[in-house]
Design a binder for this molecule. Structure first.
Ligand code: ATP
Ligand code: SF4
Ligand code: MG
Length: 337
């Protein structure tokens, strides 16, 4: 099991909102006319998220971040493990029993160009979830929608309410997507690379906005990203993933300053910095590709690229090593001899 950090947000240690235990998502696929297999997209991930906390999930393309985010929200079926939300096990709950959860837990998608229906004005886009979740009264809905537009700084709200997505910039569309999540007063938002497809100049503003909404409305975020710099700014803790498996979990600042897992060290060294001195460090990135998730090798999945791999890394799964209450790493080099 990975970390369950005692996250200190303002006012002490907050209650646990979400507990993920040894979660696996294997996609059944047809390999040939006679062979079937599974893409092991998420393969044994655990973490705890507290109220008003942000956990960043970092990893390169194909490491299982989106699948994990979707599984948390029960948008994809888990293969095994447990998802416990506010004390209720929702892992295999039927859709009809998930209505309350669907209201409290929202997703913000990566692509603001495809995540909003193009034929609807913003007002209808924001009204739809309210109608689905039984918020009665046009006037009441109007007030909620105007407030949400103000909250995401689309002002004047009446003007933005009548616009269509194609009349908005990428940053404005992502604000509408955030407003669509906000109208239901969510406790949990899974944000899947929410700023990666918008203008660089708007990224910091959107993250700042999400952070201020967290404080105002007690929202917890699972923030999926490739970008360590934004994770450090935006998240309290970080979970690093490689090929469906966890590598390490810890406070964002510590993971960035002192990465423990060789893969995290690689990721952090790969961040290009303007300082020419740092370009030398890019040469240290081990070459190679992540393993095929249909048939991953035994042992540590990072072994083929790991400069520190020893024999047992190729045979046995690395154990979970807890270094302190807040810091967990999955790597043989930290195991006691
Ligand atoms: N429905 C599916 N059926 C089969 N394989 C899938 C399915 N969805 C995802 N995968 C595979 O699962 C693995 C993890 O994919 P996922 O999209 O979760 O990665 P990611 O970390 O979000 O990548 P990116 O950073 O590119 O968004 C990939 O190998 C992907 O091809
Ligand atoms: S378990 Fe072995 S191969 Fe995997 S990261 Fe640690 S040292 Fe490298
Ligand atoms: Mg993804």
């Amino acid at each position: 099991m990975a970390s369950s950090a005692g996250s200190m947000c303002s006012g002490g240690i907050n209650e646990v909102l979400l507990k993920i235990e040894d979660l696996r998502v294997w996609f059944p696929v047809k390999i040939s006319a006679f062979r079937r297999g599974h893409v092991k997209a998420v393969d044994g991930v655990s973490f705890t998220l507290r109220e008003r906390e942000t956990l960043a999930i970092i990893g390169e393309s194909g490491s299982g971040k989106t699948t994990l985010g979707r599984a948390i929200l029960r948008l994809v079926k888990p293969t095994s493990g447990r998802i416990v939300y506010r004390g209720t096990d929702i892992t295999y709950a039927k859709e009809r029993d998930l209505k309350w959860f669907r209201r409290e837990a929202q997703m913000i998608f990566q692509d603001p160009y495809s995540s909003l229906p193009p034929m609807m004005p913003v007002y209808r886009i924001l009204e739809e979830p309210l109608i689905i979740h039984g918020v009665r009264g046009r006037e009441r809905r109007y007030k909620i929608i105007m407030k949400a537009l103000e909250d995401v700084k689309l002002s004047p709200p009446e003007e933005f309410a009548s616009k269509y997505p194609h009349q908005l910039s990428g940053g404005q569309r992502q604000r509408v997507a955030i407003a669509r999540a906000l109208v239901l007063r969510p406790r949990l938002i899974v944000a899947d690379e929410p700023v990666s497809m918008i203008d660089v100049s708007s990224r910091a503003e959107i993250l700042y906005l999400m952070k201020s909404l967290q404080e105002r409305y007690n929202i917890s975020y699972v923030y999926i990203t490739h970008d360590i710099a934004t994770a450090r700014y935006f998240a309290h803790r970080v979970l690093v993933m490689y090929a469906g498996r966890p590598c390490e979990v810890g406070p964002a600042d510590q993971v960035v300053k002192e990465p423990l897992h060789p893969y995290t060290q690689t990721l952090i060294e790969a961040v290009p910095e303007p300082d020419p001195e740092n370009r030398k460090r890019l040469r240290n990135v081990p070459s190679g590709e992540p393993p095929n998730l249909l048939d991953p090798p035994p042992g540590c999945r990072f072994a083929p690229r790991c400069p520190l791999a020893v024999q047992r890394c190729w045979r046995e799964d690395p154990p979970m090593i807890r270094l302190d209450s807040d810091r967990v790493v999955f790597c043989w080099i930290y195991a006691k001899k």
